[in-house]
Design a protein around this ligand. Structure first.
Ligand code: HXC
Length: 517
């Protein structure tokens, strides 16, 4: 054998060792749990044959606890780049078959290299997490690498989209990289996220709680809002990531993508004519309005099961990617509460950072009353949404379908905080508060001194409704740019969005604002 072919054989052996990870037995154990391996996941995430691996030959340099006898090239994480729908992305996938996917010094530095490359080239980065956390044998070197990752996540925030998929354990401080990234996807049954696990909780607080209940996908989808999407299995999780990436730009200097649509731009939305019920206390599903107005089958809802009184998601309008924020009258009458404010504020900031226009549907009776909301800090949390909308300079379109009461009217992308195109349906009601409450306050004495208080109250309520339960006072003041029949919504919004795409607007230069966190 020539010296050259010996060298090539040696290279092949080294690569093969890296590719085989923790060996067949551990791969089978991974499959038996319904999980794909790191390489299988990358294959499913990226366009076929597009993956280019880097650092397959990196090894750890730990000499403690006999780790020098157990060296696997690649060090438990598969890193590289490839394409999704033909567009460049960087990715890493932790390999649970190698030291439980635990993150040691070199494993962490491999991830850092990927994050650096993604930032330099302006491409999204996708992390597939499946790890026992800090590699115990490597001690503080492991913690150091974690912090290097956190630092890079923060540095890249608002510059390139960062997506984390949780496909196994993710515990302790390790959760903070996903938490900083823009989107978290969790796989049902096989993924868990928590700061401290069930055993520590039992020891410290005597609370008994299982893994799933504490930090499973459905808990984080409904109770904590930590995850943006839940997936039935690994394949489904990777499909969600592909769908998401196709809707967003690759970096903060790019425009939001446009994809040609077969849905006619001049389609009237007949079903919207009767969407809002006659009785303004009767709920309806705001999703119907969103789906009807957007290009067919284009809406990807985000955090669908958390704070259901507000809907957020990305879809397409006339082919153009657009962020949707919408009050949902089906839940808590569409009131803004702490969770809804925080959910929508973070989404608005994502859209603004990445040049995605925002379309807001408004039907909001106000902020949710209650001591628990006040004590929980609805003042500062509600302010986040106000801040986010006011700070956003992307094209902002607003449709008021029914109620726009009080402070919530101002907050929900109103003209005054620089909505660009604000319209209403004839069913809109713009007022400081609902008629009954208003009459009780401004006419209390008059009602009390009336011979027939109930009849007088009713008359005054009717009078108030006639004055304010319509969009025309606001239209007369120019706070609304137009009032349109609901069926024309799609046509009108597509034209308005087209007119706004070249919009330029700026705010004073500053290091950064001080959003009420
Ligand atoms: C080194 C680890 C490891 C770790 C798992 N392994 N976690 N090796 N450091 N953190 C190894 C195991 O020794 C085992 O090796 C293999 O991975 C698979 O682990 P199992 O326990 O057999 O798997 P399973 O039963 O599925 O349990 C998975 C697990 C459990 C729940 C993740 O391994 C576990 O609890 N690990 C410890 C988690 C932990 O406490 N990590 C540190 C948290 S603190 P062999 O050779 O036997 O196959 C932290 C802070 C981060 O992460 C701070 C950032 C700032």
């Amino acid at each position: 054998m020539s010296e050259d072919s010996e060298r090539i054989d040696d290279l092949r052996r080294r690569k093969a060792k890296s590719i085989s990870g923790g060996g067949q037995e551990r791969v089978s154990a991974q499959h038996a749990r319904g999980k794909l391996t790191a390489r299988e996941r990358i294959d499913q995430l990226l366009d076929s044959e597009s993956f280019v691996e880097v650092d397959a030959l990196v090894e750890h340099r730990c000499r403690d606890f006999e780790m020098d006898r157990n060296v696997i090239p690649g060090d438990g994480v598969v890193c590289g780049h490839g394409t999704i729908d033909g567009r460049l992305v960087y990715c890493f996938a932790q390999d649970f078959t190698v030291y439980g996917g635990s993150l040691g010094e070199m494993h962490g530095l491999k991830i850092c290299k990927i994050l650096d490359m993604a930032l330099k080239t302006g491409a999204p980065v996708i992390g597939l997490n499946d790890s026992g956390g800090a590699r115990i044998q490597e001690g503080v070197a492991s913690l150091g690498s974690y912090a290097e990752i956190f630092f890079r996540n923060v540095r890249s925030s608002g510059v390139i989209p960062q997506i984390s998929v949780i496909m196994g354990p993710c515990a302790g401080g390790a959760v903070y990289s996903p938490a900083i990234t823009d989107f978290v996807v969790m796989v049902e049954d096989t993924s868990h996220m928590f700061i401290t696990g069930p055993e520590v909780i039992k020891t410290v607080t005597n609370e008994e709680v299982g893994f799933e209940d504490l930090g499973g996908a459905s808990t984080h989808a409904t109770k904590s809002g930590v995850t943006h999407f839940t997936a039935e299995n690994d394949e489904n999780a990777l499909e969600i990531v592909r769908e998401l990436v196709e809707l967003i730009p690759s970096n903060n200097l790019e425009r939001a993508p446009i994809k040609e649509t077969k849905d006619p731009l001049d389609r009237f939305c007949e079903d919207l004519e009767n969407l809002v019920p006659e009785d303004s206390s009767v709920p309806y599903d705001m999703l119907d309005a969103i789906v009807e107005v957007l290009d067919s089958d284009s809406f990807l809802e985000i955090q669908a099961d958390f704070a259901r009184n507000i809907i957020v998601g990305i879809g397409r309008l006339g082919g153009q990617s657009i962020g949707i924020v919408a009050n949902q009258p089906l839940h808590l009458a569409g009131c803004l509460d702490i969770d809804a404010s925080v959910k929508a504020a973070r989404f608005v900031r994502f859209c603004d950072a990445f040049n995605i226009p925002i379309l807001t549907f408004v039907d909001v009776p106000g902020f949710l009353p209650g001591a628990s909301q006040e004590w929980g800090g609805i003042i500062r949390h509600g302010a986040k949404l106000l801040y986010a909308f006011a700070e956003a300079t992307v094209p902002k379109l607003t449709v008021i379908t029914r109620k726009a009461y009080g402070g919530a009217y101002d907050v929900m992308s109103s003209k005054h905080i620089r909505g660009d195109y604000n319209i209403a349906w004839p069913t809109a009601e713009l007022a400081v508060m609902g008629a009954k409450g208003a009459v009780q306050i401004i006419h209390r004495r008059r009602i009390a001194s009336s011979k027939n208080p109930e009849q007088e109250r009713e008359r005054l309520v009717d009078d108030y409704e006639e004055t304010f339960a319509n969009p025309y006072k606001a239209a007369a003041l120019g706070y609304l740019d137009d009032v349109i029949p609901p069926r024309e919504s799609r046509v009108v919004l597509i034209k308005a969005l087209g007119a706004l795409l070249e919009k330029e607007e700026s705010r004073p230069e500053k290091k950064h604002g001080n959003i009420p966190l």
